[in-house]
Every structure is written in C-alpha cells, then in structure tokens.
Design a binder for this molecule. Structure first.
Ligand code: ACM
Length: 655
C-alpha cells in the first residue's frame, strides 16, 4: 500500500537472512546513505534479525541500488519520484532517476517482506512505479494541541512508509503561535503558553523530513485565526484591547489589514519564516475570516468604502494581493485555503480546497493550481472507505480540460487537533491515512474497498514497527479507564463503538482553552473505525445474501452475539468503579439488548419463521435508541442488527 502502478509476479523468492547486503552503483549522496541505513535498521526491527552488514560488491549484494542522480538540494514538487524494483531469487535491483524514487522503492521492499517456511523472503517480481499526483500531503495542526517533535517525527516515518511527500505544518492559529520568532519574540513568548519549537528544532525537523523525501510547508494563519499573534501585538488587531492567550469562546480575531503597520510586521515575519523553511511554498491560511471585528470597526468600514470595495471579502482580496507580493518578494509561492480564490490574485497562487470539491475545479478553470482536502478530514472520524472514495479528479474536476486538469496537484489529508493529544493522534491518523495516501499515489482505477481493507489491516500492524502507537496505546488507555489490568470486557465494548462523526463532539471549544480538557474517555480510546463492526457487517451481509443458509457465517454471527450479550455481567462492575466509565453504562446495556434481539432474529430465520409486527416495532425502537450518540460514541454493530431484525420480521404485505 499504496498499490504500485505496475506489478508483475515472477517465480520463486529472494530469501532475506542475516547476510543481507545493499550495494550502490550509481549516484550516491548523504540522503541515499541515510535512507539505506534506516532501511537496514527497519529490516532488522521487522525481522528481529541482527544484520551482519558486511560490505558487498554489486555482483554479490542482495539488493543493488542505482540512481541516475541525487535529486535537488531543496526537494521540488516537480521531481521525478519513479522507481523500478526487480526481485529475482538471487538478487534485487532498485533503479530510479533520483534518490526520491530509491527511497520509495526501499519502502516497497520493506512491505514485501513476508514470513515463509524457508525464512523471511520477498517474492520474485517486477514493479514499475510512479505517483499519480506530485503533491501527497498531510496537514498536522499543532496549535489546538501542541505536539512534541518525537510525535511529529514518528508520523513523518509513517508518511514516508506510505510514500507521502508533504507535511503541511499548521503552526499558528488562535490557540497558539508555535515557532520561535527572533524578530517578534512576543509571538512565541506570549502566544504559545510556552509550547513552541525553537528555530534550531525546526531546522532539524525539516532536515529529518527531507531525509525521508518529505517537504515541509509551513502555514501561518492570517488575517483570521490570528489571536495568538495579537496576544503579544494587540496593535495589529481590528479591535483595540488586551488579548489573553488561548482561545476564548465566541472569540473572533482578525488582523487590521487597513493599517500599514500590519504589513510592515508581516513583511518582517514572512521574511524570517521564509528563511527558516526552505520549501518553495508558503501557506498563509486565509480561511474563516470572521466579519465581526471588521464590521464593528468604523475605520475599517470607511477604508472599504474609500477604496471602492464592495465588502469584507474584497478587503480580504486586497490583503491577499499585498500579502502575495510580500511572500513572492521573499522567494516563496503563496498558498491559501479556498476562501482566497479571487481573480485579482496572480496565477501562481495555490488554492487548497476544503469547503467543497467544487472550488478545486473552479480554481483550475481560472488557471490556479489546487489541492483537494475536502473529503480527507481525519478529524471527522469517517471510515477509511469514505475517504478512499473521494478522488481529486472526481465531481466538477472530472469535466476539466486536460490542460486544466494538470493544475490539480494532488491533495492533503487534514489532522485538526481540537480533540487529539500526543497519546491519541496516531490512532486518528493511522491506519486511515494509508488509503488516502493510496488515492494520491496509485492509478485512478484502484478503487475496490474490499481489497483496500485487506491491505489496510495488513499495513496497520506493520506501521507499529515504526513506533507509531495507534495499536500499542489502545490497551493502556482502556486500562486507565478501568483502573485495572484485566480489561477484556471493556475491550469488547470499545471494539464495537466509534466516536461520533463530523463536528458533533459536545464540548466544542470549551473555556478555559481546549488544551485543558482531559481527553481520557472511552471516546478517546475508541478507534475512528471499528474493525469488529466492519467484519460483523460482512458476516451479516454474507448470511443475508445466502438466503440465511450460510451456516459458517451464522455460527460466527451467533458467537459474536453471545459474547456481546454476556459481556455486561463482567463489564458492569468495572464501569461502576470508575468515574471515567459511568457515562458508558447505557452503551453496554444496549449491546446486551441488541444482541438478544438479533439472536431471536437469527433463530427465527434459521427455522424459516417470521416474527410478529409487534416484536419488530419493539426491537426497532431499541435499535433507534442505540444508534443515537451517548458519551460521544456510536454502537457500530446496530445497523447490521437492524438488518437482521428486519429480515426476521418482514412487514405484512398489503393487498
Ligand atoms: C479549515 O478547515 N478551516 C481550513
């Protein structure tokens, strides 16, 4: 994962043992060397074998790497990322135009290692691979909750494993300004609650990313989402006053873009930040500018009037135009969220589509390059298949001319951080990012969700080798909830639920700041997508499709139902002991009721009987109740149980 562009199986396999060696016979640079060194460490970790790391010449090495050249000093969007990997029973060869392709090929090799009766091995095959889109990104918001660099680094490792190549780092927002500024120290001193990256840390992180073939694009939000800027520099705000740090409920801050001192400030800030981030692209945010602070400032409204502008949107376009000149002057290409789209902006600006897919096509029609993020918001807790079904070239984009279509660079998944912590972020990103990465890399016709889920289940545990904690943090979090070692019964419930979808979590932007809310509840431990519910739905689907004759599915369905029905007896005492779990009692009770109803249904179906309307009405009421969120959780097996109840009690046909 992602599925390669072209794959041809050979016969036999290359055995991987402790004598495994790598030789390089083309262009060689420090990035390739460190890539090979990481590859060998990873190989060792994955197999549990210490590698002897003996030097080998090209003729004898297990893997020979040949790059035409080393690649650009600063990674560029246009670089060729293709590679060819050929594995025979005696040797593997990896060839690529440059180091980037070789790094991708090494990741493919690691994924191909399997355990066989003859030892660890890679099957003989030939892969010719290249990405469909040049921009395959992940946004990580470090403002709503700050993320230490070790968390950032392990997620970069995960991205590299999935051949993603852009980290979009959301570094400033109302809740925090997360970069040390030497020119304007009050930004990080007053606007970060002490949680920021030093410039040395940023440089080191950018270099870590580069080593892995990942560009780092910084985002500094303006003119909205800018409270953390005005905490230290209140003169830049549209409303006079003092601004305590952290987001306040109902707060709307916007920079005063009618005064020259705002531009003087931003010019210096952009210059400083442009120097810190080598990438050619610079994201200025530009989304969700709240009208209130501009409307309630007569001076700003007067400015709009005096300059012949229609409204606040025109004022933002005026700001963006000036901003673009500054960004350009400091050697960068400006990007922003789709609100910035305006015919006055020069055509080199990149538009990131988040409010809907239409803006992507609209931007391309006007000659702007764009990225799709709408449909890839990981914080909405959607199932992987729903993200997977979204394609940058679908919808309005499907009707673009070939010239316009070329302007669509790819997409970015977004990990907004209102409800994540260093402990939970991996489980919100992984494994669901993998199918999105595949959407950006693999050919457009790779769309089968069933195949995707098979590979997703496989990649998920393999990602654990990188130190990602999406699986390893699960039990510890359940144990904390229960205050007990034996959490088998809690796990049965946790496996069957998911956090509510979209922006429905109830404690939206609490006061005091969002960072001080404890994210230690069952909703935080629960997986965004329940694999148990997915497998149960498949069983029910097979059983129904077989006309209730598939006895293997029936037996498995019954086993689940019996387990769920009996679970509450063990779970109840655990829940009553912990203040963190009392809110989840109704969910556990409903799991019993639902399972009992489904067992009645399956008994009736097996005997070819139908259950009466009154039973159906009663059971569907339970289903309806159990589908409503409680404690911000949903019981994900409920829809499958509804299907069985309906099957067992078809409404009497009317004459
Ligand atoms: C956004 O989600 N406001 C870009």
């Amino acid at each position: 994962m992602p599925v390669p562009a072209k794959l041809q199986m050979g016969s036999g396999q290359l055995v991987i043992d402790q004598l495994f060696t790598v030789a390089v016979n083309g262009a060689r640079d420090a990035r390739l060397d460190s890539g090979i060194s990481r590859f060998l460490d990873q190989l060792s970790r994955q197999t549990g074998m210490p590698l002897l790391k003996q030097p080998a010449d090209t003729a004898k090495a297990s893997l020979v790497i040949h790059c035409e050249n080393a690649g650009r000093k600063i990674q560029e969007l246009s670089e060729d990322e293709a590679y060819t990997l050929e594995v025979t029973p005696t040797q593997a060869t990896l060839t690529a135009p440059n180091t980037l392709g070789a790094l991708h090929g090494l990741q493919t090799f690691l994924q191909l290692i399997e355990v066989t009766p003859a030892g660890f091995a890679v099957p003989a095959l030939t892969i010719q691979d290249q990405p469909r889109f040049a921009w395959r990104g992940l946004l990580i918001d470090v403002c709503r909750h700050f993320l230490p660099l070790d968390v950032m680094r392990r997620n970069l490792d995960g991205m590299a494993a999935l051949k993603m190549n852009v980290l979009h780092w959301h570094l400033s927002d109302d809740e925090g300004f997360r970069v040390e500024s030497r020119k304007f120290p009050k930004l990080h001193e007053m606007g970060s609650q002490g949680q920021y990256y030093t410039q040395a840390e940023i440089r080191e992180f950018v270099s870590y990313a580069r080593d892995r073939g990942i560009r780092v694009v910084p985002e500094f939000e303006m003119p909205g989402h800018s409270r953390s800027i005005v905490v230290g520099y209140p003169d830049l705000a549209s409303q006079p006053g003092t601004y305590p740090p952290g987001r306040v409920a109902g707060d709307a801050t916007a920079l005063d873009v009618t005064q020259e001192k705002t531009y003087k400030f931003l010019d210096k800030l952009i210059e400083e930040m442009a120097g810190l981030f080598p990438d050619a692209y610079f994201h200025i945010g530009g989304d969700e500018v709240d009208d209130k602070p501009w409307n309630s400032n007569p001076k700003i409204q007067e400015f709009i009037h005096a300059h012949g502008m229609k409204d606040n949107r025109d004022l933002q376009a005026y700001f963006n135009k000036r901003l673009e000149r500054m960004v350009s002057k400091h050697g960068k290409i400006m990007m922003g969220w789709d609100e910035i789209l305006h015919p006055d902006l020069p055509k080199n600006v990149v538009v990131q589509s988040w409010r809907g897919q239409e803006s992507l096509a609209a931007a391309a029609k006007q000659g702007y390059r764009g990225l799709l993020s709408n449909g890839y918001y990981l914080d909405l807790m959607w199932p992987a298949a729903r993200h997977y079904a979204v394609d940058p070239m679908s919808g309005a984009a499907a009707a673009l001319t070939p010239e316009e279509a070329k302007l669509i660079l790819g997409g970015e998944a977004c990990m907004w951080a209102e409800y994540i912590t260093p402990e939970t972020i991996d489980s919100r990103i992984w494994p669901r990012l993998a199918p999105i990465a595949e959407r950006f890399w693999s050919p457009q016709n790779v769309t089968d969700p069933k195949s995707m889920y098979q590979r997703l289940d496989e990649i998920s545990w393999r990602l654990g080798w990188l130190g990602l904690t999406h699986e390893s943090n699960y039990l510890p979090m359940l144990r904390r909830l229960a205050g007990a070692e034996d959490v088998r019964s809690l796990r049965v419930l946790a496996d069957a639920v998911e956090p509510t979808k979209d922006y429905t979590r109830s404690e939206v932007f609490p006061q005091p700041p969002v960072q001080s809310v404890s994210l230690n509840r069952l909703v935080d431990a629960a997986r965004p997508e329940s694999a148990t519910a997915r497998h149960f739905a498949e069983l029910v689907g097979s059983f129904v499709a077989s006309g209730y004759k598939d006895s293997a599915s029936e037996a498995q369905i019954r086993a689940w139902l019996v387990k769920w029905q009996g679970n509450h007896t063990n779970l109840k005492p655990l829940m009553e002991r912990s203040f963190l779990l009392t809110e989840d009692l109704p969910l556990s009770e409903d799991l019993v009721t639902l399972s009992a109803a489904c067992l009645q249904a399956i008994d009736a179906l097996a005997k070819n009987q139908t259950l009466p309307d009154s039973w159906r009405t009663e059971q569907l009421a339970v289903v309806e109740r159990s589908m409503k969120p409680r404690a911000n959780l949903l019981i994900m097996i409920a829809p499958s149980i509804q299907k069985m109840i309906e099957a067992a009690s078809p409404p009497a046909s009317h004459p």
